[in-house]
Design a protein around this ligand. Sequence first.
Ligand SMILES: NC(=O)c1ccc[n+]([C@@H]2O[C@H](COP(=O)([O-])OP(=O)(O)OC[C@H]3O[C@@H](n4cnc5c(N)ncnc54)[C@H](OP(=O)(O)O)[C@@H]3O)[C@@H](O)[C@H]2O)c1
Length: 343
Amino acid sequence: MVSTGFLASVQNYLSEQPKLSLALTLVGGLVVAKFILKTLLVFAEIFVLPGTSLKKYGAKKGAWAVVTGASDGIGKEFSLQLAEQGFNIVLVARNAAKLNEVKDEILNNKRSSAQVDVKVHVIDFSTDDLTEYSKLGAAVQNLDVGILVNNVGRSHAMPVDFIDLDAEEMEGILKVNINANLRVTKSVLPTLLKRKNGLIINVGSFSGSTPCAMLQTYSASKQFLSSWSDALAQELKPKGIDVQLLNTYFVVSKLSKIRRPSLFIPTPHPYVKSVLSKLGVPAGAKWTGRPSTTTPYWSHAIMDWAMNNVLRSKPLEMAFNLSTQKDFRRRALRKQERERKGI
Ligand SMILES: NC(=O)c1ccc[n+]([C@@H]2O[C@H](COP(=O)([O-])OP(=O)(O)OC[C@H]3O[C@@H](n4cnc5c(N)ncnc54)[C@H](OP(=O)(O)O)[C@@H]3O)[C@@H](O)[C@H]2O)c1
């Protein structure tokens, strides 16, 4: 603790050195002014600035959006909302019946006046079968693809220490979260490049920016996506393709196992609405050295701002992540026990 005697002697010294005192006040003032200005800009990005119009990528002009993991959660919502905005949709996931239900929902959507076409493409990404990716490339090569949403993702069945992680689960996460993103992009990119203005959205996670123990493999796969997105964005910018990594905190879904929305945990509908209305708006990420990252949902963006500008401590964030995952594991084990007993 700094003693009051020490503070008093510093004050005395400064009062005898008016120039030094003025310089320190100016530096302090500049630091505070910079913080306030930065905060105002970030909050303007979060609440005021509109995103790039979807028209840039071909909305209502016959362009297609390819969405992976389109049968549920965030991917299903991307498919519905992009169709409402006038994109034809290629729905990609592993379950043909669920994908056909989404197709029917899009074609019978009363909220939408747009006349769109929908194609279903079935792939199980966990098979890691290269011929399946060639088939996807062939299926889209003659379409005018304006948007690719790399949404598919798989997490751990429950938080677990790496030593106890099931080998199949580990391989599955890598195949779905890393290989599928790279290979789908490789299959669709030639088509996307033809139109010279397109968009690739990669669905990332907060756990990709702060390592998350007990979800270590999922968390690292999202960190991979973050680095890859930044590099890809730089390569593709001169070719007219925008690449965006979505920094996503929890969203109600099968993957998160969260059923009830709250202030910080939206359902997929408002989440995707915020993504599509804030395209290209970084919401503070650029200030903290993440060039292709955006945090479109307002409460997630405020949390990201607080983590990077107020808290600024990875060890504290990691401690918070670990205690959250320990809690999730306890609850998952209790649920498993209840199910075992048939309660
Ligand atoms: N929800 C969150 O809190 C949260 C937070 C941060 C990031 N994210 C990211 O958001 C993305 C979407 O997650 P979500 O929460 O919407 O998950 P979700 O509701 O579980 O949906 C995942 C989608 O991916 C499909 N899928 C899963 N494994 C597949 C495979 N092997 N082959 C083909 N398709 C497969 C699923 O198909 P089925 O219908 O057949 O299962 C479903 O369509 C993921 O990348 C996730 O990491 C989510």
